[in-house]
Design a protein around this ligand. Structure first.
Ligand SMILES: [Zn+2]
Length: 291
């Protein structure tokens, strides 16, 4: 690295993320109004998991907070007096500086490392190829490119294709929701077209298609063979989404209150174990609930 700046115009140490108050769980976030100054930002992990990537993208699109008009104060170091120099912004696009605290921060490490990061000077902070900082920079690039490829796909698809995909997904979600709500098993022994034992997931999806012409128009036999959105892996993805939603809702109900947990792990004849968990708690209205 060529240091073409004067010794007294260094970045100073890259600071750790300050912990300001956290946004409430899954509150509505205005992505155009995220705190700009690093000293005012809540820890990135305090955002709801469903919103965290949107927040990261919004910060990456806004780019690092690099105020230029600010008159930075001189500070005493063992090597003499120093102050932050805005010239370093041109060299490092991840570098940010809080005007509130007059400290340097790293946007990439804030977005992907929460409060952990190498807090040394710029070279120590960047570190080796596999350093915390370089991994964060890579994750930022990946997140932005992922968004671009998703947008490119949606734009590339015709409007009719997007509508068809939406109805296909809706059909699968409705069928799985019914099965989960009623604790019914869903995989069939053989989910192929000519099977007599397709399993409840496909049977209910067929029923939905027969009774809802909008969904029926795009699903099952009317969908392309490679885009039916009924594969076991898709079913599993949708169930995972339900599980996250349910867990989130339960956590919101407990808040910081106490709850009882009962776990049991019986095994079937093939010694395959299945764990069942029951949570017992008093909800906001004072009613005892078991989930
Ligand atoms: Zn960093």
């Amino acid at each position: 690295m060529v240091d073409d700046l004067q010794e007294n115009e260094d970045i100073g140490p890259i600071s750790n993320i300050p912990s300001t108050s956290s946004p409430s769980i899954r509150s509505k976030i205005n992505l155009d109004d995220l705190p700009s100054d690093p000293a005012n930002r809540p820890p990135i992990t305090s955002y709801h998991p469903n919103q965290i990537d949107d927040v990261r993208r919004a910060y990456l699109v806004k780019k690092a907070f690099q105020p230029r008009g600010h008159n930075f104060k001189w500070s005493n170091y063992s090597s003499g007096q120093r102050r932050f120099s805005v010239k370093w912004y041109d060299k490092y696009d991840w570098l940010e500086c809080s005007t509130k605290q007059e400290k340097a921060y790293c946007l990439c490490c804030y977005l992907f490392n929460g409060s952990v990061g190498n807090q040394g000077g710029r070279e120590e902070h960047i570190g080796e190829v596999n350093s915390v900082h370089n991994n964060s920079v890579q994750k930022c690039d990946y997140l932005l490119n992922q968004k671009r490829s998703y947008e490119a796909n949606v734009t590339k698809n015709s409007n009719e294709e997007n509508i068809a995909n939406w109805y296909r997904l809706l059909g699968s979600v409705c069928s799985l929701r019914f099965l989960l709500e009623n604790s019914l098993s869903f995989p069939g022994h053989n989910e192929s077209e000519d099977s007599f034992s397709k399993g409840l997931f496909l049977v209910i999806l067929k029923l939905i298609c027969e009774n809802n012409p909008d969904i029926g128009k795009y699903c099952l036999g009317n969908a392309k063979k490679n885009n039916k959105l009924t594969a076991p892996s898709i079913q599993k993805d949708i169930i995972d989404c339900f599980a996250k939603e349910v867990t989130q809702r339960l956590c919101e109900e407990f808040k910081d209150d106490v709850f009882g947990m009962l776990a049991n792990e019986p095994s079937d004849v093939s010694q395959k174990e299945q764990m069942a968990i029951v949570l017992r708690y008093v909800d906001k209205c004072g009613v005892v609930k078991e989930s």
